[in-house]
Design a protein around this ligand. Structure first.
Ligand code: NAP
Length: 288
């Protein structure tokens, strides 16, 4: 990669951030398209986020990403936020235009684009069981509702967060049947699993080797598509159990690549080389 006096810098801010795959995929894309751009990562502590953002604006940086724990707190530091990102309550991509910092959320559409690519299945009219109600779950829920799903059953550790999600989106998407529940042994008897076509894990449970399975194994059926937003490990306990039941299992790599591709397009106004971005990430994880 050639760095010149006119190289445009893009970056991601997180804490911690050393695990991020975003530089791998964005730099591969910049190189493939012959763009004089580079992408870096910066570990920024929450107390330094304001200074960090001001620094990026002062340096004339044209765009950046945010990851844990900055996606929510960044909102108050921006000049503008898209209505979608405002309703989701999280921003993962910032575009700088005429010195104005504009926040977007590409996570939800990134998930749906990956789902479409990997399954070829339309989400319209489907029933979805969503585990989790954090930032990623909210982005995914918003986009699922836009896609016209029929039912969204949410189960979360903290019931109030699941209820907040339903309260925030329910009035906008009245054609969706929303339900908010807390994890408990009895919840599985209460929820109408016959109305579920797709299961999505949007909790962070599954990242550690000893993490429990969040759904009883007996409920995983062949007819389901089971998605885990986690991509490291590439096969969580949930995805292994889903495969063993004959279900289609999808990890979070596709979402990672597609949310990045949407950010790339916002920044460069160019069609992102999605397949190449995916191979770069897979190559890094040694999955090719
Ligand atoms: P977040 O806002 O911190 O939300 C975490 C979610 O996990 C909440 O619903 C939380 O429940 C739940 N949770 C955490 N620990 C739990 C436990 N021990 N038992 C049960 N539930 C637990 O994080 P996020 O940004 O939404 O990220 C969630 C997951 O999605 C992470 O694994 C992240 O890596 C992944 N992700 C992937 C992509 C991608 O591109 N593939 C993008 C974004 C996120 P409470 O509400 O009770 O706290």
């Amino acid at each position: 990669m050639k760095i010149s006096g006119s190289t445009e810098v893009f970056c991601i801010l997180g804490h911690p951030v050393s695990h991020t795959l975003s530089p791998i995929m964005h730099n591969a894309a910049f190189q493939a398209l012959g763009l004089d751009c580079c992408y870096l990562s910066f570990d920024v502590e929450p107390r330094d986020l304001r200074k960090g953002i001001q620094g990026l604006a002062a340096l004339g940086i044209k765009g950046f990403n945010l990851t844990i724990p900055h996606k929510e707190t960044v909102i108050k530091l921006l000049d503008e936020v898209t209505p979608e990102a405002a309703r989701i309550g999280a921003v993962n991509t910032v575009m700088v235009r005429q010195n104005r910092l504009i926040g977007h959320n590409t996570d939800g559409l990134g998930f749906v684009n990956a789902f479409r690519e990997e399954t070829g299945v339309s989400l319209r009219g489907k029933g979805v069981l969503l585990l989790g109600a954090g930032g990623a779950a909210r982005a995914v829920a918003f986009q699922l509702a836009k896609e016209g799903i029929a039912n969204l059953l949410i189960i979360n550790r903290t019931l109030s967060n699941a209820r907040a999600l339903v309260r925030d989106f329910g009035k906008k998407f009245t054609s969706v049947n929303w339900s908010a529940n807390a994890f408990s042994p009895k919840v599985w008897d209460r929820i109408p699993l016959e109305r579920v076509d797709v299961v999505i894990n949007a909790t962070s449970v599954g990242m550690q080797p000893n993490d429990p399975l969040m759904i009883p194994r007996s409920l995983l059926k062949e007819r389901l598509v089971v998605c885990d937003l986690i991509y490291r490990p590439t096969k969580t306990r949930l995805l292994s159990a889903a495969e063993a039941a004959g279900a289609k299992a999808i990890n979070g790599l596709g979402m990672l690549v597609h949310q990045g591709a949407l950010a790339f397009e916002l920044w460069t106004n160019k069609k992102p080389p999605v397949d190449l971005m995916k191979s770069a990430v897979k190559g890094h994880l040694d999955l090719r």
